[in-house]
Design a protein around this ligand. Sequence first.
Ligand code: AMP
Length: 281
Amino acid sequence: MRVTGLIKEVREQVKDWRRQGLSVGFVPTMGFLHEGHESLIARAAAENDKVVVSDFVNPIQFGEHEDLSTYPRDFNQDQRVCARAGADLIFHPEKEEMYAPDFSTYTEVENVSKGLCGKSRPTHFRGVCTVVSKLFHIVLPDRAYFGQKDAQQLAVIRRMVRDMDMDIEIVGCPIVREEDGLAKSSRNTYLNPEERTAALVLSKAVAQGEELIRNGERDAGVILAHMRNTIEAEPLAKIDYVELSDADSIEPLQKAEGRVLGAVAVFIGTTRLIDNFMIEV
Ligand code: AMP
């Protein structure tokens, strides 16, 4: 497995693979890799001849008062996870390699970026789409792998790829959870033991919403009220949003019909966590 921080070297390596007729899968990450990331890399390795993983904490997707400076990093561990999962190349650039001091071009997806996380993080998806389109241009993969954990991000990326005619297949992968249900996240490391227990209200509420729909409930008001009650019963939890949306457009739903995304964002202390379920009704 090769490691580089240089765009030029990624391009040369991928060109060399292409000359040999090999397919390329790509997994963009912000590092501090866990089994969720690992599942994406392993899937990419199973479906492509070569796999590129990017490991870059993208500054422009963080808001001014968010956790850019404290975001966890462990590149040695990341290399071990990548090697184990079958990656061939890690792209681990410095911020200066990705952003010129006078950088001034952005990729923005309207509408899909506005609801859910877009409400409390108004510049987040612009930062995500900008870095992902840059990375797509650098790697030129056949397929790119994203977690359903960030369901709105997946919807936004799918829309970007469709609208901008990017010739890349976007593959959504299931949420990987801890044994007790908490969705794996690099940010779980911020939680103290008391908060770690409290954080279980996210997966509990998500499982409850999905169960209600499976049992025939269709009224979004009823479903959301149950989910909110579950979260509000936990004193350390503060709701950012609890919503039912169309999984592709991220428009709010009054009735659970079609491809339904039930998504929650909750502050546990100062840590903001997200979780969701997706169900076809
Ligand atoms: P991040 O490093 O948080 O930007 O995540 C990189 C990729 O890993 C994104 O596509 C995420 O959706 C995905 N991912 C993060 N956590 C999980 C998880 N628990 N299960 C599945 N995919 C995940």
